[in-house]
Design a binder for this molecule. Structure first.
Ligand SMILES: [Ca+2]
Ligand SMILES: [Ca+2]
Ligand SMILES: [Ca+2]
Length: 89
């Protein structure tokens, strides 16, 4: 009888951890200052939420929002979004 109870508790714990992971994911999408850039991303690169979406922190001519959407480093001018496909030809 005790073994059965122990197993049930283990399963509930695993379910609980999975639920916690989902909550963390939602938090990662959070955008408290409403500038379209996820706050974790702003904190990772700038250390705070003071940067605006249309600013160009590293001066590579791509806005912070464009770099966020492209997944490039907004503090590194050599890491920037690829030019539009029609410029290749
Ligand atoms: Ca934000
Ligand atoms: Ca930039
Ligand atoms: Ca950049």
């Amino acid at each position: 009888m005790k073994e059965k109870i122990a197993r049930i508790l283990t399963i509930q714990l695993v379910i609980g951890l999975a639920t916690l992971s989902m909550v963390s994911y939602v938090f990662a999408e959070e955008d408290i200052d409403g500038d379209g850039m996820a706050d974790w991303w702003e904190l990772q690169y700038f250390g705070d939420l003071s940067q605006e979406a249309d600013w160009d922190f590293d001066g590579d001519e791509f806005t912070n929002l464009e770099e966020f959407e492209a997944g490039t480093d907004p503090t590194d001018p050599t890491d920037k979004p690829r030019p539009p496909a029609n410029n290749i030809y």
